[in-house]
Design a protein around this ligand. Structure first.
Ligand SMILES: [Zn+2]
Length: 267
């Protein structure tokens, strides 16, 4: 079974610490390292590119596209959708498309929201995505989490609104609770043997899984080198095990069949 391999291309400080910060070129270096790693494994992925990052370092988008990967949209400014009005959300999507699409050379059909910020409070966002020409979304985490998630949402891809498929982030049910797996922080914090077990279980249940990560997750020294005040909590949660991510990813790319999201969905 093919699973979707996805990367949210953004700069850590701007996307996580303060959205008004300038975009640093560190993400370019890490994205190039991921491209090299994927090429070694002959694996292609979907890169959800942040418009603001593409605007600051446009050269990265043609590099991604030339390697045969799918380029998709992560919006423009990394403002969570629950902070936006419907009109502002549509503006953010258009601004990102205007920057990214000419660089990618192909229409963008996929979208992922910052911080998985589409949920029960703002399902109107799915109608806007469809109206803006997107064919799939991958923003809904079918789990219970203090910040995000739709606990009862389907675990497998489904048509969320007419003409728009939702590809939910991977979750596995264990003792009656849904647990997130194979993404970003979960990939860093959880031992690889558990991630592998969970992905195999999802596949055994007949569902493709979504693996997601950010370029900064292989940048082990970033938080020690940034010139910003960063709280201890953020340092721990955002930086722990970054030095282990590359090896884990190596194992994951060896153990599982992975492909761009659009191809897994057959769109
Ligand atoms: Zn993001």
């Amino acid at each position: 079974m093919r699973n979707a391999l996805t990367v949210d291309v953004e700069d850590w400080a701007q996307s996580t610490l303060d959205r008004s910060l300038p975009i640093s070129g560190r993400f370019v270096r890490s994205t190039v390292a991921l491209l090299d790693l994927f090429a070694r494994h002959r694996v292609r992925a979907t890169f959800f590119v942040l418009g603001k990052a593409a605007e600051a370092f446009p050269e990265i988008v043609p590099l991604i596209a030339a390697a045969g990967h799918e380029v998709a949209s992560h919006g423009y400014g990394h403002e969570p959708v629950w902070n936006l009005t419907p009109a502002d959300f549509a503006d953010d999507l258009r601004r990102a498309r205007a920057v990214i699409e000419p660089l990618a050379g192909r229409p963008l059909v996929g979208y992922r929201a910052p911080d998985f910020s589409i949920g029960l409070r703002n399902l109107w966002a799915l109608d806007i995505l469809r109206a803006e020409g997107f064919r799939y979304d991958s923003s809904i985490y079918p789990i219970r989490n203090p910040r995000y998630g739709v606990p009862g949402a389907p675990l497998e891809p489904y048509e969320a609104v007419d003409g728009l498929v939702e590809f939910p982030l991977a979750a596995v049910t264990l003792v009656g609770t849904r647990w997130p797996v194979a993404g970003g922080g979960y990939l860093r914090l959880v031992p690889y043997a558990i991630t592998r077990w969970a992905l195999r279980r999802i596949n055994a249940e007949g569902r493709p899984a979504v693996v997601y990560l950010h370029p900064y997750e292989i940048d082990a020294t970033e938080l020690g080198e940034l010139p910003y005040r960063i709280s201890l909590k953020l340092r721990v949660t955002q930086s722990l095990n970054r030095h282990r991510t590359r090896a884990r990813l190596d194992a994951l790319l060896r153990d599982f069949q992975l492909a761009p999201m659009r191809e897994v969905l057959g769109l």
